[in-house]
Write a protein that binds this ligand. Structure first.
Ligand SMILES: [Zn+2]
Length: 268
C-alpha cells in the first residue's frame, strides 16, 4: 500500500492564516517542509481521507486527479477536515457526470449535513460507526473511535488490503479503552498519528503533544500493535506547537519516528 500525506497542518495551517507565531514566521521565511496545508491523505491514489478547504490546491500541486477516487472517507466534521462545498464540483455543470464518482463514508452527522446541503443528489453515502468494519473494493476499513469530540463519533481509520495495514489518526487525543482494546488485536505496517501540539502542551485533551505521542507510541509498541518494522509518521501539526520541522525531527527521529510533511509518499 501507499499513503500520500497531502496536508499535515493543523486547523489553520502553517503559517497560520492570521498568526504571527514563531513557527508561522519561520514558515513564511523559509517555506519547504514548514509549509503545512490542512490535513488530508490519499491511499493508493483511490481512497481519499477527508475533504478539507485545501483540497483543490493539494490535488493540483501533486499532479493528482480526483476522478481516480473510489471512496471519500471522513474522519469527523471539523471544518479543516470537512468542507462540503467542495463536493459541488463533482457533477454537472462542472463536468458531464450524472453520478458522484466515489462512495462517501462518513458518520451520521456528516451524512446528514451533506444531505441537507445536497438533497436528492445522486451520491452513494454510507454511514460509518466506530468499530464496525466494512469492505470497499479490496480493502477492509475499520473506523476506530478517536478521543476528540464529545458529541460526535470522530474516527481514526484502520485500512487493510490483506497484505498491509495502516492506521491513520489525525484527531486522536488519548484513546479511550475500547479503542485500545480494539487495537490490541491489530498489527500495523504503518502508523500516521497526529502530534498537533508539538513541543507545546495545553490542557486540551483532544490532541496529542510530543510527550503524549511518545506515551501512545510506547503503549502501542508494548501491545505489539507497533513493532520493529512498523513505519511511524506524524501529521496534523499546529503552528502553535512551538516546533519547526527540523526541531520536530531532532526530537522524534531518535525514537524512530518520521516527521510527516505535505506531499510525502509512504510505501509499506
Ligand atoms: Zn483536525
Amino acid at each position: 500500500m501507499k499513503i500520500q500525506l497531502l496536508g499535515t497542518g493543523g486547523a489553520d495551517g502553517i503559517p497560520g492564516l492570521y498568526s504571527d507565531s514563531r513557527v508561522s514566521q519561520h514558515a513564511r521565511a523559509f517555506g519547504g517542509k514548514d509549509i503545512r496545508s490542512r490535513s488530508a491523505a490519499l491511499v493508493d491514489d483511490c481512497l481519499k481521507l477527508d475533504l478539507g478547504p485545501d483540497t483543490w490546491s493539494q490535488m493540483a500541486t501533486y499532479g493528482l486527479d480526483a476522478r481516480d477516487w473510489t471512496a471519500l472517507l471522513f474522519t469527523h466534521s471539523d471544518a479543516d477536515h470537512f468542507a462540503p462545498d467542495e463536493l459541488m464540483y463533482t457533477l454537472y455543470p462542472f463536468n458531464d457526470f450524472e453520478f458522484v464518482g466515489f462512495i462517501v463514508y462518513a458518520n451520521l452527522r456528516i451524512c446528514r449535513r451533506i444531505l441537507e446541503k445536497f438533497p436528492e443528489w445522486p451520491v452513494e453515502m454510507r454511514t460509518t460507526k466506530s468499530f464496525e468494519s466494512f469492505q470497499h473494493g479490496g480493502y477492509v476499513i475499520t473506523p476506530v473511535r478517536a478521543h476528540h469530540l464529545d458529541d460526535e463519533d470522530a474516527h481514526n481509520y484502520l485500512i487493510s488490503d490483506g497484505r498491509s495495514t495502516l492506521l491513520y489518526g489525525t484527531d486522536t487525543g488519548i484513546w479511550d479503552e475500547p479503542t485500545w482494546d480494539y487495537l490490541s488485536g491489530v498489527k500495523l505496517d504503518c502508523l500516521v498519528l497526529e502530534c498537533s501540539e508539538g513541543l507545546a502542551s495545553t490542557a486540551y485533551d483532544g490532541h496529542l503533544d510530543a510527550a503524549e505521542f511518545e506515551m501512545v507510541l510506547n503503549r502501542l509498541r508494548k501491545m505489539g500493535t507497533v513493532f520493529d518494522t512498523t513505519q511511524v509518521w506524524t501529521t496534523h501539526h499546529s503552528q502553535l506547537g512551538e516546533a519547526t520541522h527540523a526541531e520536530l525531527e531532532a526530537h522524534f527521529n531518535p525514537m524512530g519516528v518520521n516527521i510527516g510533511f505535505d506531499g510525502v509518499e509512504i510505501q509499506f
